[in-house]
Design a protein around this ligand. Structure first.
Ligand code: FES
Ligand code: FES
Length: 170
């Protein structure tokens, strides 16, 4: 019996600021494509049906669950994964805050949460604790109990606001 050859599409897109391309079958999930075709292993795959949030990445600046998106849907788009956050050796302010507040243990959930936070803080620079908890309700963390994560996000929002005020006063 002849093996069935599945048609593959060349997906051209921007990944973490660089032009990339890779091959995907029509039903390849974005998370698998990013991990296996581009080596973006910071994209974690948990439930594979949109519940845990571990696979969250940014597509054209918006947080999406990459297990619920097809690779072919990012044709021509801008995709950012957790690998985009660190500038060489320098961690982003969010990553530093997560470390300060012990907001991770095993770290499986962390990449997805960080990407949701990037998107969220762009839209809501001065969130309340309730709002942060609401945002985090789309993510499952089995380790931390969420308290450190909430503190880290509020801390970054506060730091950014202070920085902005200082800049305005210069
Ligand atoms: S792996 Fe995508 S939401 Fe859980
Ligand atoms: S730190 Fe382990 S699941 Fe969140």
């Amino acid at each position: 019996m002849e093996a069935v050859v599945k048609p593959r599409t060349v997906v051209q897109f921007e990944l973490n600021g660089r032009a990339r391309q890779g091959y995907a079958e029509s039903r390849t999930q974005l998370c698998d494509f990013l991990r296996h075709e581009t080596g973006a292993t910071g994209v974690h795959v948990g439930c594979e049906h949109g519940v845990c949030g571990a696979c969250t990445v940014l597509v054209d600046g918006k947080a999406v669950r990459s297990c619920l998106m097809l690779a072919v849907q990012v044709q021509g788009s801008r995709v950012e994964t957790v690998e985009s956050l660190a500038d060489e050796d320098l961690m982003s302010d969010l990553q530093q805050a997560f470390r300060r507040h012990h907001a991770l243990q095993c770290g499986f959930c962390t990449a997805g949460i960080l990407m949701s936070c990037v998107d969220y803080l762009e839209r809501e620079p001065e969130p309340t604790e309730t709002q942060v908890r609401d945002m985090l309700s789309g993510h499952l963390c089995r380790c931390t109990g969420y308290t450190g994560i909430v503190r880290a996000v509020l801390d970054v929002a506060h730091e950014r606001k202070t920085q902005q005020e200082n800049n305005n006063n210069v």
